[in-house]
Design a protein around this ligand. Sequence first.
Ligand SMILES: [Zn+2]
Length: 286
Amino acid sequence: MSENRIIYVGDNHGHLNPLEGMGVENFAKRFRASGGWLYVLVNLLSWNFNIRIKSPQDYRKLYDITISTAKELRRSGLIVPVIIGPHPAEATKKIEEGVEPSEVAELMIKAYELAAKYVKLGRAQGLGEAGRPHRPVSKKVMETCTEIMFKAIELAAELDVPLHLHLDAGKKPIELAAQSARKVGASKVVVHHVRGELAYYAAYLGLVPSVPARRNEILAAKRAWDKMVVESDFLDDPRRPGAVVAPWSISKTFRRLLNTGQMSCRQAEKILVHNPAKLYSVKPVL
Ligand SMILES: [Zn+2]
């Protein structure tokens, strides 16, 4: 990668809202122009689309919206792996609304089994984001979310596909997830939005660190560069423009790391192209 050579960007975790966001085509154009080649599209929350969840089958609507968004994105030439499954905030909300935790666990586990069926049919490429809330919650909420996470890890192992985990802060949740992944032989468990300084620890325990694509986080994750991917966690919410990294800014961030000699071209290509290509079993752009 010389100074002028294009930096290809694989964004390991982002969302799109085709109803209220910037527009799928507009997004694709902007991300492609910045060097984007792969965008891992993760479903949003059911309430982003006013979907009322009463049974696991209601998640079909959320999955189908995500899949049709991915189809539209692919028209631009982007490679778009699709990740589906209820976010831990979905279980948290149900329990806090008064639904029995055991009922909520059953509902979410069935929703994950439904997502696994989509994956088997080739309609989606992975599961998530499952895991644990990062805000303080009651013990029963945390236990229920953990139970759902374990089931999602099991399903990901059976299918041998990536699972995106959303974890609470610190080393303990990473250890818990790694232990469960090792037990069932899940080899593609991704720790989404992991802090740079914990990236190596996650990789050391056999998980795939997905680090927010910010300069300071990437630098803090240096020991994990060979194993990690980066992500924007783009929300496509016009009301929260500064909440996340813009996917089209990732190439600039890496350009700066290269130009200041803080990272080699080979290293950048590993993080942005080869690691995500391997994770999603797709042909690397380079
Ligand atoms: Zn996300």
